[in-house]
Design a protein around this ligand. Structure first.
Ligand SMILES: Cc1cc2nc3c(=O)[nH]c(=O)nc-3n(C[C@H](O)[C@H](O)[C@H](O)COP(=O)(O)OP(=O)(O)OC[C@H]3O[C@@H](n4cnc5c(N)ncnc54)[C@H](O)[C@@H]3O)c2cc1C
Ligand SMILES: NC(=O)c1ccc[n+]([C@@H]2O[C@H](COP(=O)([O-])OP(=O)(O)OC[C@H]3O[C@@H](n4cnc5c(N)ncnc54)[C@H](O)[C@@H]3O)[C@@H](O)[C@H]2O)c1
Length: 467
């Protein structure tokens, strides 16, 4: 048997999603010999199957929705949806799911790239298997960074595995909008993609097992989205458990508890994500390969450097601190500083922002009211409807939304906030600063909020807090 070729590097980065690619590039620019390993596309889920294609779809769908809002406000408009330009833009943005430009970007920063599946086989060794089954062993002198992200989690619903169901990876590559679509899961993926397809004429039904849409966000966000999505023509069923799936000549049939039955041409499974630690071989370093996330310390270390043995770091979705591109990039910065021995502050997660790009957008930061109460925070909340603001009044159609702030009355700062509505994700910026920098409520209340903006509603929510 031929010996397995052995390579060496200062740093091995396994998984080149947004954070892994950034970490590899920055470490290479700092002069280290870095090998980046990815079995699919350099750039990861976000540019090819996630953020970028989905937001292209959301933007196009938003144009249609605005066009449909013209009657009664600005004249007449005939809106004829056409999916072809959407598919074209997605294909162009992903370069037809080709990562040549990304590989060039990475190697241009000085890193080496190996395409293949990386698996830890020891404390300082990554074994890489390429598409032909050829194996190479890479030994790390200084560090290993694990950044292998997540893949769609598919629930064990009887019949489902045998069907040609879609995940986000199929949905963003759609060449035509299906006639009908059942979306399993009312989280960010299901709602963004479901609403986008509905605006292109697809009959969309959302089936969510939990009692609320966006179950981890404020209940007011669920109420708002339920109204808005229903107005858009989506059927929304919360608290509904799927019991079986069938597929045949007439498409998919989803049978649920209580006798509900939904049929559609396509079925999108958007029920969360899972890590694959067994495939990454974490058992070889004594870790639980069935764990839901890879445990890290506040400097993103899985194992610190020890007695000349390299340290192992992790970043991104795999760490379970928030499955967002901005989280992966934030953590990459801490990992790079750690490997370069530059110190700096440890990771802090008290002000994690997230935006669901539905219409209305739901932007949130920090804790919800319920999460704050569960942690024993003495809570006060302030709330205001955007429709009641001057900007809401002039905006008229499509003005639904709210700002909700969650304050810690003991320390006198905001610990969480939600900005939902038109540009909810942009309004969130000011609230993110307030929660991140723990700006005293007394200072926030002195702030002048420009008139008539949507973000001026933050002042109203703060006033309600005091009431
Ligand atoms: C439809 C959708 C929309 C989204 N929209 C947004 C959004 O608007 N904003 C936002 O912030 N986030 C969004 N996200 C989430 C975002 O895409 C992820 O949080 C982000 O991509 C995670 O980055 P990561 O660095 O953890 O790794 P990933 O992007 O998951 O990349 C991991 C890489 O590792 C590779 N890999 C895995 N295992 C191995 C292995 N053993 N060996 C070698 N390579 C391996 C994979 O092929 C992949 O290229 C969205 C996700 C989806 C699915
Ligand atoms: N705009 C953004 O930032 C954005 C957009 C899309 C995705 N993401 C990231 O990707 C992650 C994954 O998105 P997602 O929407 O798949 O996951 P999610 O966890 O946000 O939502 C999944 C939903 O599916 C439901 N569910 C699970 N099993 C079910 C079942 N058997 N039947 C019915 N419902 C079921 C859950 O209750 C949950 O509400 C998100 O949590 C987020 O971190 C971010």
């Amino acid at each position: 048997m031929a010996a397995v070729p052995v390579d060496h590097a200062d740093v091995i980065v396994v998984g080149l999603g947004p954070g892994g690619e950034d970490a590899a590039g920055r470490l290479a620019e700092a002069g280290l010999d870095v090998v980046g390993v990815d079995d699919r596309l350099v750039g990861g889920e976000c540019p090819y199957y996630g953020c970028i294609p989905s937001k292209i779809m959301v933007r196009s769908a938003g144009l249609l929705a605005e066009g449909r809002r013209i009657p009664g406000h600005a004249g007449t408009a005939m809106v004829h949806p056409d999916w072809r330009p959407v598919a074209r833009t997605v294909r162009s943005a992903t370069a037809d799911w080709d990562d040549k430009a990304a590989v060039d970007r990475l190697t241009g920063r000085g890193a080496r790239f190996v395409r293949g599946t990386g698996r830890l086989t020891g404390r300082d060794v990554v074994s890489v298997t390429d598409a032909d089954g050829e194996e190479t062993e890479i030994r790390a002198r200084q560090a290993i960074v694990l950044a292998t992200g997540t893949r769609p989690a598919v629930p064990p619903i009887p019949g489902l595995a045998r069907t040609p169901y879609w995940t986000n990876r199929d949905a963003v590559a759609a060449e035509v909008a299906p006639r009908s679509l059942v979306v399993l899961g009312g989280g960010a993926i299901g709602l963004e993609l479901g609403q986008a397809f509905a605006r292109f004429g697809t009959a969309v039904t959302v089936v969510e097992g939990a009692p609320r849409l966006l179950a981890r966000e404020e209940p007011e966000a669920h109420e708002l989205l339920l109204r808005s999505l229903t107005e858009d023509g989506l059927g929304v069923h919360t608290g509904t458990q799927a019991e079986s799936v069938e597929y045949g000549d007439h498409g998919f049939t989803l049978r649920c508890a209580r006798g509900d039955r939904f049929t559609a041409e396509r079925l999108l499974v958007a029920t969360g994500r899972r890590v694959d630690l067994a495939r990454l071989g974490v058992g070889a370093i004594g870790l639980d390969q069935d764990a839901p996330v890879l445990p890290v310390d506040e400097r993103l270390r899985v194992m610190p450097p020890d007695n000349g043995r390299p340290g192992i770091w992790a970043l991104g979705d795999i760490t379970g601190k928030g499955a967002f591109t901005h989280m992966s990039m934030y953590q990459a910065g801490i990992v790079v500083r750690g490997i370069l021995g530059e110190g700096g502050p440890p990771a802090a997660y008290h002000a994690v922002p997230r935006v669901t790009f539905t219409d209305p957008e739901v932007g949130a930061v920090g804790l919800t009211e319920e999460q704050a109460r569960e942690r024993g925070v003495p809570v006060a909340t302030g709330y205001t409807d955007l429709a009641d603001s001057s900007r809401g009044y002039v905006h008229q159609v499509g003005n639904a939304g709210f700002v909700k702030v969650v304050a810690d009355t003991r320390s006198g700062v905001l610990v969480g906030a939600t900005a939902a509505g038109p540009y909810g994700g942009e309004i969130l910026g000011a609230l993110s600063v307030a929660v991140h920098a723990r700006v005293p409520l007394a200072v926030l209340r002195e702030q002048i909020w420009a008139y008539p903006t949507f973000h001026r509603a933050i002042g109203e929510a703060l006033a309600d807090l005091a009431a």
